[in-house]
Design a protein around this ligand. Structure first.
Ligand SMILES: Cc1ncc(COP(=O)(O)O)c(C=O)c1O
Length: 416
């Protein structure tokens, strides 16, 4: 396979679930990878192999299996670190991006936080955040008394940076934002925002849930401090997420969860904590899931992240071009360059009804507020229909989506 192309028709065969039929024999067209991706056989095999041959509690026990489990788990950490251009001691396994973001928000607002919170301090997020990168900061604001501020969104779905010099100011302690919008497909200018935030001494947190699975991400090039993403959106298993952080910052942060395996010395009254990453991995870790994630990364690398990004861009560009010619269909978000999330509205048909007609045809899309309720309000809608594309989607899938929308319009009598 060349660096810039991939054959989705062939890749599809690696994903057992994509071969099934739904709704009485209809071929499945899976356009909901933004919610969760499907898993190739090699990921399923990697998890199964761990349980069949190496299962034991990592970092505990003196026996061979415990040693193998530890090696497998730590090997997975190396794979993740290499994938995002990081050092292994900077990679923390969590259960999800949601947990990673909560970990950061709790730790940075704890009594031992490296941030000395002062009255008037501000935390800056954007109007396009997934609830996972909004509510933890709302809760943090309650605990610290900080003021939560928001970078607004323009009508075409970009961050409105006209007031950025006042929004990022000497009171800003944290800037947290999404790399790519899960609703609009917008790709945000990470480096520019990170540099502005660092100039006032703020910590920069990136929600990379919708970027790490789809393009090559290098944490150093992005110039950020902390980053969260989920394994299940990048061909890996559920139950494993990642928090990456610059070691100096992680080292200064107190733990979020406490318990086994994250300690140095424990007495009845108190405990001292290990260095990161162990400080943030209390309890027996999600070993099989981490091993599965490493296999998923291996698969993505084999296909090539540039080829994946190029392929998705091709699909989404074609989908937008076709939807924009359809009377009564409105695409939300920027024209491009953009990620693979495509939200749209169909005149006089509720997104749930669009979703149902598509589902009747075997086409799986997401409908609703996409866990980004404030963004829905910004656009004056309660919900959208969203198609998301991944490496295993084809131009035929795009055609199915377009025909499905046409059928919905015919069914509800909104076109002639
Ligand atoms: C942009 C973004 N952030 C955070 C999340 C939360 O991810 P998870 O549910 O895997 O924790 C999602 C999931 O859809 C997302 O799209």
């Amino acid at each position: 396979m060349s660096a810039s192309t991939l054959n989705a028709e062939i890749l599809k065969k690696d994903f057992p679930l994509l071969g099934r039929t739904v709704r009485g024999g209809k071929k499945l067209v899976y356009l909901d990878s933004g919610a969760t991706s499907q898993k190739p056989t090699m990921v399923l095999d990697a998890e199964r192999n761990f349980y069949e041959y190496h299962n034991a509690a990592a970092h505990r026990g003196a026996h061979q299996l415990a040693e193998e489990a530890t090696e497998a788990f730590e090997g997975a950490r190396e794979v993740v670190a290499h994938f995002i251009g990081a050092h292994t001691r900077e990679v923390i396994f969590t259960k999800s991006a949601t947990e990673s973001l909560n970990l950061v928000a709790y730790s940075l607002s704890a009594a031992e936080s490296p941030i000395q919170w002062r009255p008037g301090d501000e935390v800056l997020v954007t109007e396009m955040e997934h609830h996972a990168n909004l509510i933890p900061w709302q809760e943090m604001a309650k605990r610290t008394g900080a003021r939560l501020r928001f970078i607004p969104v323009t009508d075409d779905g970009q961050l409105d940076l006209t007031q950025i010099d006042t929004l990022i100011n000497e009171k800003t302690r944290i800037l947290s934002f999404t790399h790519a919008s899960n609703v609009l497909g917008t790709v945000n200018p990470v480096r520019r925002l990170a540099d502005l935030a660092h100039a006032v001494g703020a910590i920069v947190v990136l929600d990379a849930c919708q970027s790490v699975p789809h393009e090559s991400v290098d944490v150093t090039a992005l110039g950020i401090d902390l980053m969260a993403f989920s394994g299940h959106k990048m061909l890996g298993p559920t139950g494993v997420g990642v928090l990456w952080g610059r070691f100096e910052i992680l080292e200064s942060m107190p733990p979020f969860l406490t318990g086994g395996s994250m300690i140095e010395v424990v007495t009845l009254e108190s405990a001292t904590y290990s260095l990161p990453p162990k400080r943030f991995e209390a309890g027996v870790p999600n070993m099989a899931q981490a091993v599965g994630l490493a296999a998923a990364i291996g698969y993505l690398q084999e296909v090539g992240m540039h080829a994946i990004a190029h392929h998705e861009e091709d699909l989404v560009t074609s989908a937008i071009a076709q939807l924009e010619t359809m009377p009564g269909v409105k695409v939300l978000g920027p024209a491009g360059p953009r990620g693979g999330a495509l939200s749209f509205l169909v005149d006089d048909i509720h997104p749930h009804d669009v979703g149902q007609v598509l589902d009747d045809d075997g086409i799986a899309v997401r409908v609703g507020h996409h866990c980004a309720w404030p963004l829905m309000r910004r656009f004056g809608v309660a919900a959208t229909t969203r198609a998301t594309f991944y490496l295993y989607n084809t131009h035929e899938d795009v055609s199915s989506l377009v025909s499905g929308i046409r059928r919905a319009q015919q069914f509800f009598g909104t076109t002639s």
